[in-house]
Design a protein around this ligand. Structure first.
Ligand code: NAD
Length: 489
């Protein structure tokens, strides 16, 4: 059955359909970045809420600024903005049709997007525009010199960026005397609300300082932690949906069953009652962010590079390798978790056990190469802070030094079988050059100030790193993992 509003009543058995009528919904949220994660996460929470009969004036109106969004919009339009979501557990999968999106503005149509942003019915503007969408410099500060930002600063009436559009919408709202909306980032960036605020106010200061001051006074930017592993869709997923569930969908979403959303309750213009469908509202999201970034994202980095060096393709296959699995468990327990401050109502050991089982789910099809991607941006966020904390409390850094050495060895550009590793980082050429020099002089690697900062100059860490890298070159990955697990490294 081809997915559309008119075929919902004919969906095959085993495919759940929205428990509400589309005609009862009206838009209250304008969302930028209608990708896979948004549909697996926010759109799915709202779908469940609408099925309870509540919050039906908080449906989603899509928006985007990227060329690639046009094609995606056309696919969704052909199926009346519906998406089939397949939630995969190790033993079985469930399919359901998500109906919480009621429209999608033509990507790049600044006039239409601005007009929608000025509509008082829109009370939340949310974002999943990837880490790259926030115009951050290498120290995570807003970069006002970016050409796209400069362009929006000089022609604020013809904005091309998400922030330029939001400003244009807010300007119009303020002129008309309408209440403002809340801006809610759902991207995977620590302090995502603060980062969003800096970008919006930073751009406003370039063209309209009075508007910048008004935003600082009147707009709220709740921070949030989001979590649900959601790979990209390929023909493999389209084929699986048709063969396993009998549904034809141009752009289904496959994800894990686990989902988590922790949000600061700072919505002066109102919000849907998302606590009724499992969203945790807290006064401060930072302990949850830190837990996720250190234990989950850090854990991904720990398994990525040994698996990459051993030519392992899928993440669950990495978790089936006894040495990689044991490496992850030991480093988490001995070196990462001890540096994570307590999180309300959460047992960090149990949190890690759940993550190990999520990484092991064979249905997800997440790849080792995706985890190895972009180490130069990820290591300083996910790993180096754990090293710094461990050094500060005089704890062990042997495993984290080995993780760093594995990343360095990976950036040499060949796996242990001698296979070439295709460029997998925006700074790949530079990394490869330094990794080659580090083979004879390991300290060179730690001199990358933008990655390691002061941690790279710590004598104890530097000596553990050198020992690990030398051992990797002389004995190989499996032997060194074994020494670490046995406590001999
Ligand atoms: P995706 O590629 O399916 O969608 C990304 C969307 O962002 C697209 O609509 C794209 O056009 C838009 N976009 C990209 N660059 C942009 C820019 N510079 N300005 C404006 N829009 C831009 O990716 P996804 O899987 O939906 O992931 C999106 C984000 O969601 C991630 O970067 C991450 O922050 C967050 N997230 C993803 C996952 C996951 O497992 N996929 C988990 C947690 C959080």
């Amino acid at each position: 059955t081809a997915l559309s509003l008119s075929t919902l009543s004919d969906m095959p058995d085993g495919v759940a359909v929205p428990g509400y009528a589309r005609s009862d919904l009206s838009a209250g949220i304008l969302h930028f970045g209608i990708g896979n994660f948004h549909r697996a996460h926010q759109a799915t929470y709202l779908d469940r809420l609408f099925a309870t009969g509540e919050g039906q004036d908080w449906a989603i109106l899509g928006a985007g600024v990227m060329e690639g969004d046009r094609k995606a919009r056309a696919v969704l339009q052909a199926q009346d903005w519906l998406t089939t979501l397949v939630e995969q557990e190790a033993t079985h999968s469930r399919a359901r049709v998500i109906g919480s999106m009621v429209g999608y503005l033509e990507p790049g149509d600044a006039a239409a997007i601005t007009a929608a942003l000025a509509d008082p019915a829109i009370r939340i503007v949310s974002l999943t525009i990837t880490e790259g969408g926030y115009f951050l410099d290498s120290s995570d500060r807003f970069d006002p010199t970016h050409p796209a930002i400069q362009a929006d600063a000089s022609t604020p009436d013809a904005p091309g960026t998400v922030f330029g559009l939001i400003l244009a919408g807010l300007r119009l709202r303020r002129e008309k005397g309408f209440a403002p909306f809340t801006v809610m980032s759902c991207d995977n960036i620590p302090h995502n609300g603060r980062i969003t605020r800096n970008a919006l106010i930073g751009l406003a200061e370039l063209s309209d300082p009075a508007l910048a001051a008004w935003i600082a006074e009147n707009i709220s930017f709740p921070n949030g932690m989001v979590d649900r592993i959601t790979p990209a869709t390929s023909d493999r997923e389209r084929g699986m949906l048709e063969s396993d569930f009998g549904v034809r969908d141009g752009w289904p979403v496959f994800c894990e069953a686990f989902t988590q959303w922790v949000l600061e309750d700072d919505f002066p213009s109102g919000r849907p009652p998302l606590e009724k469908v499992g969203v945790q509202f807290v006064p401060d999201v930072s302990p949850y962010e830190l837990m996720k970034i250190r234990i989950l994202n850090g854990g991904h980095a720990v398994i990525a590079y040994p698996a990459g060096l051993l030519d392992i393709h899928f993440v669950h296959e990495a978790m089936e390798h006894p040495l990689i699995r044991a490496f992850l468990a030991k480093i988490e327990h001995d070196e990462i978790i001890p540096g994570v401050p307590p999180v309300p109502d959460t047992d960090l050991g149990a949190y890690y056990d759940l993550i190990a089982s999520r990484f092991s789910n064979p249905k997800i099809g997440d790849t080792v190469r995706r985890l190895c991607l972009d180490g130069s941006n990820r290591q300083p966020k996910f790993i180096v802070p754990s090293i710094a904390d461990s050094l500060a409390r005089n704890g062990s850094v042997t495993g984290l030094a080995l993780e760093s050495a594995l990343w360095c060895r990976y950036c040499y550009g060949t796996s242990e079988s001698g296979a070439e590793i295709a460029p997998n980082d925006p700074n790949w050429d530079r990394l490869t050059r330094i990794a080659k020099a580090a083979r004879d002089d390991p300290g060179t690697w730690l001199g990358m100030e933008e990655v390691y900062g002061a941690t790279g100059r710590d004598a104890r860490f530097a000596s553990a790193f050198s020992e690990a890298l030398e051992a990797l070159w002389s004995d190989g990955t499996e032997a060194v993992l074994t020494s670490y697990i046995d406590g001999r490294l």
